[in-house]
Design a protein around this ligand. Structure first.
Ligand SMILES: Nc1nc2c(ncn2[C@@H]2O[C@H](COP(=O)(O)OP(=O)(O)OP(=O)(O)O)[C@@H](O)[C@H]2O)c(=O)[nH]1
Ligand SMILES: [Mg+2]
Ligand SMILES: [Zn+2]
Length: 303
């Protein structure tokens, strides 16, 4: 066999069996070596964010020869006839950045709480971006999102339109691999274009959102000038809270988790049992009633 040198790289784009790998020597369009695809498959073998070893073929294309184990992954379960398939939205994310608009569309905070629980469960540090602050002003924006920092989730208030907060977001993204996720129309692509002029991500006309489809479809990691990469994630609506037993849910609410051991009953559901430390904290104003409500609804299997 001829000697081929392996180059380490990062998968920055995935589309129908082709993977674009960023190496020291530039971008390389690769396929997966056949032996990597053998055996039963319960999920994506390679995904955007995976670190790989690739070889360069004489025709200028490449081949992914091996993959490094993932530290963590943002995954979506995709039920298929053969079983439930784990779709990897982003491998090895350093953080999840959940973007919501202060208005237009009105923030769906229950969905935000569900995303935060998913991040906790998947072991991904999370933060929040409250965009379109130009539409409501700082005070109203803080009334909506102001209690999250005390729980441990940083909030950056931004406007892709006025530029407010864009520098703070740029700093937060620098040097990390980030998943930018949130409902359609909140301004994720607009914000990334503001963070890095020249990215040229498609931004949808407001009227087109009524159709409910996403503007952003290709899965891609964009390199940032300050170092790091960011993925503009479409389709977050279907990120379900899979495979979570009701009794483990309180562990994914950072402000509830330490209270649980103080409840009188060790199988307390924090709903109406006597001696519940969670309810006591809500009544004393130490836990946000809104977060408690999210907990109850998620536990009941609603969203
Ligand atoms: N007023 C205001 N409008 C904004 C702001 N950011 C984005 N928009 C507008 O909101 C609409 C949606 O923006 P996009 O950037 O396409 O939203 P998105 O989150 O990428 O949407 P998907 O790709 O469908 O998930 C566009 O009309 C933007 O011009 C903002 O800070 N203020
Ligand atoms: Mg978009
Ligand atoms: Zn309790």
């Amino acid at each position: 066999m001829p000697q081929t040198s392996l180059e380490p790289g990062l998968i920055v784009r995935a589309q129908s069996g082709f993977f674009t790998v960023q190496t020291e020597g530039g971008l390389l369009t690769c396929k997966l070596r056949g032996r990597l695809k053998r055996g039963p498959r319960l999920g994506d073998i390679a995904a955007v964010g995976d670190r790989v070893q690739a070889s360069r073929l004489p025709d200028g294309t490449g081949m992914v020869e091996s993959l490094e184990p993932r530290t963590r992954a943002l995954v979506r379960l995709d039920p298929r006839p053969q079983g439930v398939y784990q779709q990897v939205l982003l491998a090895n994310p350093d953080q999840a950045v959940f973007v919501f608009a202060c208005a237009s569309p009105a923030p769906h905070l229950r969905m935000l709480d569900r995303f935060l629980v998913i991040a906790e469960k998947q072991g991904i540090p999370a933060m929040i971006v409250a965009n379109k602050i130009d539409l409501v002003g700082r005070e109203q924006a803080e009334a909506l999102f102001g209690f999250y920092p005390a729980i441990g989730y940083a909030v950056i208030y931004t406007s892709a339109r006025s530029g407010e907060g864009v520098e703070a977001l740029r700093l937060q993204l620098a040097g990390k691999i980030s998943a930018l996720a949130g409902p359609s129309g909140v301004g994720k692509s607009s914000l990334l274009n503001a963070v890095q002029p020249g990215l040229g991500l498609a931004v949808r006309e407001v009227s087109a959102f009524k159709k409910g489809r996403h503007t952003t479809t290709v899965r891609e990691l964009f390199p940032l000038q300050g170092g790091g990469h960011v993925a503009d994630m479409p389709g977050m609506r279907s990120l379900a809270l899979w495979d979570t037993r009701p009794e483990e849910l309180d562990g994914y609410f950072p402000e509830l988790a330490p209270l649980v051991k103080l409840c009188r009953f060790n199988d307390c559901s924090h709903k109406n049992e006597p001696g519940c430390a969670v309810r006591a904290a809500v009544e004393a104003g130490r836990v946000s009633p809104q977060r408690y409500e999210s907990y109850l609804r998620l536990r009941a299997g609603e969203d």
